[in-house]
Design a protein around this ligand. Structure first.
Ligand SMILES: Nc1nc2c(ncn2[C@@H]2O[C@H](COP(=O)(O)OP(=O)(O)OP(=O)(O)O)[C@@H](O)[C@H]2O)c(=O)[nH]1
Ligand SMILES: [Mg+2]
Length: 346
């Protein structure tokens, strides 16, 4: 039941090469339990319906000619889908001389090179969340801007951990709005897990402190703390997050053991400044990118991976309880740019 607990530190370093050998990964979210082993319905289709997935499809499935023009179009696709200038330029600059040297025998060979490059970008951030059994309760602090999907992701993560046999408690640290406390309570009820809350307007740090005290005294395995959405540019509100961290560390010097920034996949390049600011204030250990279904462009993960190398723990692919996946670089690239696309074009 507790097989995925890990005895090593929980916040893996950004470089996978330094992850201890004894580390065992959590089972992926999608296989959370027998009764819920059903994958988020059609998550691959959802990824493919992002702007990047659709543009790749259009680019490679229309039997394109293998020439400079194809590279120009690829560049436009990447830029338009928020992959960002540095990552895009790097890729195109690598491909162009190879194309000129006639290294690619066909479009599928070019597509394979694109896939390999994209995968190499994402591999370093493919580090699933690991709950350390020695840290009890293991504290997850969830931060992000308004509406990014924090509370929803907390509900999904809590469900997954509970299905793995862990005792999970939630702390309603978003005290800005009464509705926020209610929303977290609904997730608590759905998952049959307790929620520690005070009235709205209470001090967020004090609610989360209460949560940690309660989780400690009741012997819970995991405490997940919600926080109010705040713009990364609002210094006062960012200071409040720093205070949450300080207060937690009074009860447990290592808490929070994981600080997750939730990013809306639709955010585009602004995601980079969000990561920068939140990281500066609270020291992020992981990212969750939500809403990678439907309208998201889908490319921002590449930009984030290239710029920060902060582990991407999960992706959100819908609003339902099971619409969360452990981030898997290969699966993600496969979803956006299936190898078969190139074969169809041959
Ligand atoms: N399509 C889709 N919608 C999502 C996903 N994750 C969250 N949402 C929706 O995004 C909206 C905002 O989600 P919340 O979880 O309330 O976001 P939040 O960050 O807690 O928002 P605040 O507390 O107001 O800052 C809700 O309507 C969610 O259903 C996702 O992966 N896909
Ligand atoms: Mg919320």
């Amino acid at each position: 039941m507790f097989s995925f607990f890990k005895k090593k530190p929980v916040s893996p370093p950004a470089d996978p090469a330094t992850v201890p050998e004894s580390a065992t990964e959590l089972p992926p979210v999608a296989a959370a339990s027998a009764e819920e082993s059903a994958e988020p319905a059609g998550w691959r289709e959802r990824l493919r319906s992002t702007a990047l997935g659709r543009s790749f499809g259009a680019l490679f499935s229309n039997n394109p000619k293998l020439d400079e023009h194809l590279l120009d179009e690829l560049e436009t696709v990447l830029l338009t889908a928020d992959v960002g200038v540095p990552a895009t330029t790097e890729l195109i600059d690598k491909l162009r001389p190879r194309l000129k040297a006639r290294e690619f025998a066909s479009v599928p060979a070019l597509l394979a090179a694109v896939r390999a490059h994209l995968l190499a970008l994402l591999r370093p951030v493919e580090l699933p969340l690991v709950i350390d059994a020695d840290k009890k309760p293991f504290v997850l602090l969830v931060v992000g801007i308004n509406g990014a999907g924090k509370t929803t992701s907390i509900g999904k993560i809590a469900r997954w951990l509970k299905n793995e046999g862990l005792q999970v408690m939630l702390a309603a640290g978003d005290t800005f709005r009464a509705a926020a406390v209610e929303q977290l309570k609904v997730w608590g009820e759905r998952n049959h897990i307790p929620v520690i809350a005070q009235t709205s307007g209470a001090d967020s740090a004090s609610v989360i402190f209460d949560g940690l005290q309660a989780a400690k005294s009741r012997g819970y395995d995991v405490l997940i703390a919600d926080t109010a959405g705040r713009l990364h540019t609002q210094a006062g509100l960012m200071d409040e997050l720093a205070k949450v961290k300080r207060v937690l560390s009074k009860l447990d010097g290592e808490a929070p053991h994981e600080t997750l920034l939730v990013l809306d996949g639709n955010t585009g390049q602004n995601a980079l400044s969000q990561v920068r600011q939140f990281h500066q204030t609270v020291g992020l250990t992981g990212l969750v990118v939500t809403k990678l279904d439907g309208t998201a462009k889908g490319g921002v993960l590449f930009a984030l991976a290239r710029e920060f190398r902060i582990p991407i723990r999960f992706i959100g692919v819908g609003e339902g309880l099971i619409d969360l996946r452990t981030f898997d670089a290969e699966e993600f690239v496969d979803g956006l740019l299936p190898a078969q696309l190139g074969q169809a074009a041959d």
